[in-house]
Design a protein around this ligand. Structure first.
Ligand code: HMG
Ligand code: MG
Length: 311
């Protein structure tokens, strides 16, 4: 199987892309059981060893809101936060930033919503109010030489409001960038995006003056569309994609959000397209099998199942 998939390049697609690994954060925040801190640290070490260049480590959010990540400071204390692999953390407000600074963090991500309802459910805020929460965070983080990524959730639809207008998503995303975030990750929190919608949204950002290099795409695979959506993103020239080892993930504040795009599924497709990414697929599959064993259930990723001989 080592010569599969066959490599058939498409010269119209980017030659190399960056995978932003979210399994430890987006994956484990949604687990019913709380994974021990040492297991999280080993998960991160294994992902780094598999070649992932960025591994989102945890969130400095309110521990009552996300008890699964209440051990953020203890976890960070076990990690080399100044090593070559970036280990960003989610920070929603100044209290979270204070905790991140105390923990010696270099890379943070703020996370906003393109819809009013999710701003309320996820941040106890409003669509407008969220910017007031983020502005001092971004300002202080940049002054402290941190890098800042910004997420926008519900970019392709919201479980309470239905369709989210493209203009509303672009306006929200641009406000996040204008605050000083260097990268904007467009989240399909509940996995409802389809390929044409992806193309239209990226085009709308570009028409609004946002550079392709400033954009990342973050797909959940609820409706089995994640890889097709990545392909649409590649065709538009996007070069950063979020993915989650083993397809772990979801969002506790949006019940219809299920697993993220599995990193292994993404890597398999990129391998076939001859697009460079730097990740060792066998090591990654081994890691996801190890993690699935810790969680007590098999990985939903087709590639993990196929390559681990689980079926
Ligand atoms: P709030 O209850 O409105 O907070 O929550 P508050 O500002 O009113 O403060 C209340 C108390 O919480 C105070 O303590 C604060 O100090 C404390 P008291 O004075 O009562 O003792 N507090 C904190 N403690 C620790 N860390 C903090 C913190 N902030 C306040 N950071 C808040 C507002 C934003 C904190 C809350 O809504 C929250 O934590 N939300 C996090 C939700 C979350 O993590 N969601 C999942 C991540 S987003 C996602 O998964 C989507 C994504 O993957 C992209 C996609 O798929 O679309 C990124
Ligand atoms: Mg997510």
């Amino acid at each position: 199987m080592t010569d599969l998939p066959m490599i058939v390049k498409d010269p119209t697609l980017p030659e190399r892309i960056t995978i932003y690994e979210v399994g430890v954060r987006d994956g484990l925040q949604n687990e019913k059981t709380i994974v021990p801190t040492e297991v999280k640290a080993e998960f991160i070490a294994r992902l780094i060893a598999a070649g992932l260049p960025i591994v989102e480590a945890t969130s400095f959010v309110h521990p009552k809101w996300v008890p699964q990540l209440a051990d953020a400071a203890d976890l960070v204390a076990l990690l080399d936060m100044r090593g070559p692999v970036q280990l960003p953390v989610l920070v929603p407000n100044e209290r979270g930033l204070d905790r991140a600074i105390e923990a010696g963090i270099s890379h943070i991500a703020v996370f906003g919503s393109a819809s009013e309802t999710f701003a309320n459910k996820n941040l106890n805020s409003t669509l407008d109010g969220q910017f007031e929460m983020f502005e001092p965070v971004v300002k202080r983080a940049l002054a402290a030489d941190m890098t800042v990524r910004a997420y926008v959730s519900m970019c392709f639809g919201d479980p309470w409001e239905g369709a989210v207008p493209i203009e509303q998503v672009v306006a929200t995303g641009k406000r996040m960038l204008e605050m000083g975030a260097e990268e904007l990750s467009l989240g399909d929190t509940i996995g409802v995006a389809t390929a044409g919608h992806v193309t239209a949204l990226v085009d709308a950002f570009v028409a609004g003056g946002v550079g392709l290099e400033q954009l990342a795409l973050h797909f959940h695979d609820t409706y089995g569309q994640a890889l097709s959506n990545v392909h649409a993103g590649l065709r538009s020239g996007i070069t950063t994609f979020d993915a989650s080892a083993g397809g772990l993930g979801g969002c506790p504040f949006a019940k219809s959000a299920t697993g993220n795009l599995a990193t292994e599924d993404l890597v398999w497709m990129l391998n076939g397209l001859g697009i460079e990414h730097g990740v060792d697929l066998a090591a990654l599959v081994e890691t996801s099998v190890w993690m699935a064993d810790k969680l007590g259930r098999p990985s939903p990723s087709g590639v993990v199942r196929a390559l681990s001989g689980a079926e």
